[in-house]
Design a protein around this ligand. Structure first.
Ligand code: FUB
Length: 640
């Protein structure tokens, strides 16, 4: 089998979007409430962080909520922050207590229910924020929390008769009927009685075939951790009869579990959380999903947590085989980097016979005959790749014990949905694999060298042509340091002075480090700086990037805004004037921050950016938008 040598600019594919469980791979998420609105599944989790303040460092710390959505439960869109603690009129702006939320739709509006610490007093209240749409969601919190409700973990049950009930956790599980406007409760809250002893929280109630299900995290054993249990009733307010366990306690010792159950495209799912990305601190959790099945009498079958999760993976994208369906022959998995678990896992094949199987991979005709393995080996290795009845051997030379993307041409691979098994047939050394993909192309390309003198913004207005300076290495262990004053000082100090626009391969010395400029065209709307670093063997974390591009206009364009998403913080200058700074520990979300109104002048406009990041995967996306938020595209982009 032929090993194809890599072009310099071809770099490894993102591990972020393709991994199965956990499903959100760019931040900690917990307490997932999944809801289906207009045929799309929306996820409303808590957003765990490491607390920036004492004494919360060893406890739950949650300052805002992101919303996610998906149509296939494999690819997830992060819609960014939909509500944060400073926005809640009655909440403590620095309470870090925005625990498990819920969201329901009524008459075309979306009601987001969330616990928070009140400005005065102790404990938790539950508030409501309302949005008119989820496309561009703007959740407006009510002035006051729901009266008469003290506690956490709200869940709203909307019955087939059009009634709504609020369940929550507060010294046990509590339920109350809600008013029609979903802003208050009617009558006295009732404590759910007659369930087996033990701490309970996080109620999730739903109706199916005329029966009401009350599901909840439960500490069934003294000194134990939470399992997920359920009870059933003919009435929303009970009495409920205990029925059994939905999911046993976490094997990794995560003390909490918290879940929701939803039907989507004729299949029921259990969304829950474990602490996959934070093995030694279980207050930083990650959301997972597995299929759930009912027995014919309406009882629920136990769900065994899997790494594989649900959905069909696209074979052309990196398939994270470490999220295996089955493993054997001595193969095992481990983190790629224990200091940054978000990088994901690798599969270790210590000796011949080690194997891993990953179910349900979609082989499109475009998968054809190229296998790409991101792998590391200190000697020769031969794998057998099995796809249903198709088998082929993949021979790989040593990668010199360094991670490398190895492309192997094979016989034409069969089309359709198959399970993939990768078995180490023979080896002269131990072998590790990060992911594999099956493509026509030798390997995913993240940047290419510009072939034309100028390019246009893409259809959505994103600027893909950049001159990027290799990263300056900085000692940043955590992005918590990214305060406004730190960033102001650091950006001012580390911006590389430019008398002229940099030529391709021009070098410059920054803080004693010799760095090179690269003229590049990003293959996607976002410039993946992390991959840029990887392909050049430059530092990936604790980095400071300078980027620059030229926006050429045939006329003045007034009243535009620069819209940027960046991971982590960034600062942007147009024609030498600062127009936008994104502060704090950022994830990249499209249009995360916009500048004030600016004008692009006729002729060349120099757009500069600086992106700083500690442990995250650096990237950015930039476009100009008009007053209606529509992308501006009537300009060209050059490096000079
Ligand atoms: O996320 C904070 C708390 O942890 C939730 O409100 C509980 O249900 C538990 O999961």
């Amino acid at each position: 089998m032929k090993k194809i040598l890599m072009p310099v600019l071809a770099v490894l594919a993102s591990t972020a979007a393709i991994a199965q469980n956990p499903i959100i791979t760019n931040q900690f998420t917990a307490d997932p409430t999944a809801r289906v609105f207009n045929g799309r599944l929306y996820l409303f989790p808590s957003h765990d962080i490491i607390s920036p303040v004492e004494p919360k460092k060893k406890w739950f710390s949650i300052a805002d909520y992101h919303m996610f959505s998906s149509t296939d439960l494999t690819e997830w869109t992060d819609h960014g922050v939909i509500l944060s603690q400073e926005q809640v009129p009655w909440g403590k702006p620095d309470g870090y207590s925005m625990w498990a939320p819920d969201c329901v739709e009524k008459d075309g509006k979306y009601y987001f229910f969330f616990p928070d610490a009140p400005k005065e007093g102790r404990g938790f209240n539950i508030g409501v924020a309302i949005a008119n749409n989820l496309f561009w969601p703007k959740f407006e919190p009510q002035q006051k929390p729901i009266e008469g409700v003290m506690g956490i973990d709200p869940c709203v049950l909307q019955t087939s008769k059009g009634e709504s009930y609020l369940f929550w956790g507060g010294g046990g599980l509590v339920v109350a009927k809600m008013s029609d406007d979903l802003l208050s409760i009617e009558g006295k809250p009732q404590r759910i009685a007659n369930l087996p002893e033990g701490f309970k929280e996080g109620p999730f109630a739903f109706e199916r075939n005329g029966k009401f299900y009350l599901t909840y995290p439960w500490v069934r054993e003294k000194e134990g951790t939470e399992c997920l249990a359920y009870a059933m009733s003919d009435n929303p307010m009970g009495p409920y009869e205990y029925k059994g366990i939905i999911m046993k306690e976490s094997k990794t010792g995560c003390w909490t579990n918290h879940h929701s159950i939803v039907e989507f495209n004729d299949q029921w799912y259990l969304f829950y959380h474990h602490n996959d990305y934070s093995p030694s601190f279980d207050k930083n959790r990650s959301v997972c999903v597995d299929s759930l099945f009912f027995n014919t009498d309406g009882t629920i079958q136990e769900v065994i947590p899997t790494l594989r999760g649900v959905g069909v993976s696209d074979a052309r994208k990196p398939v994270q085989i470490d999220r295996y369906s089955e493993i054997g022959g001595g193969a095992s998995i481990d983190y790629l980097d224990k200091k940054n678990c978000f990088l994901g896992w690798k599969t270790q094949f210590p000796s011949a016979g080690a194997w891993v199987r990953y179910n349900k991979v979609n082989m499109k005709s475009s998968c054809a005959k190229n296998v790409c393995l991101r792998m590391k080996s200190s000697g020769k290795a031969v794998f057998t790749l099995t796809l249903g009845n198709f088998k082929t051997d993949l021979a790989v030379e040593s990668t010199g014990n360094k991670w490398e993307d190895v492309n192997i041409e094979t016989r034409t691979l069969p089309e359709g949905i198959s399970d993939i098994t990768l078995t180490l047939k023979s080896n002269d050394a131990s072998v590790e694999v990060d992911w594999l993909s099956l493509t026509n192309d030798p390997r995913p390309i993240y940047f290419k060298k510009p072939t034309e003198a100028k390019s246009a913004p893409d259809a959505d207005g994103f600027i893909r042509r950049w001159s990027i300076l290799e990263p300056e290495k900085m000692d940043i262990r955590s992005n918590i340091v990214f305060t406004d004053s730190y960033l102001k000082e650091t950006f001012a100090k580390h911006i590389v002075p430019l008398k002229k626009l940099p030529a391709d391969k021009q070098t410059t010395v920054v803080s004693g480090q010799k760095l090179m400029w690269h003229h590049l065209e990003s293959n996607s709307y976002n410039a993946k700086l992390f991959r840029f670093s990887t392909m050049l063997g430059k530092p990936e974390y604790g980095v400071f990037f300078n980027v620059v591009t030229v926006i050429n206009c045939t006329e003045d364009i007034d009243n535009v805004r620069l819209a940027v998403g960046s991971n982590g913080a960034s600062q942007w200058l147009l024609n030498n004037s600062e127009i936008l700074t994104l502060t704090g520990d950022r994830r990249m979300v499209k249009d995360d921050g916009t500048s004030k109104r600016i004008s692009l002048k006729k002729g060349a406009n120099i757009l500069r950016g600086m992106i700083i990041n500690g442990p995250g995967m650096s990237e950015f996306c930039v476009r100009f938008i008009d007053e209606n938020g529509k992308p501006i595209t009537n300009f060209t982009i050059t490096n000079k």
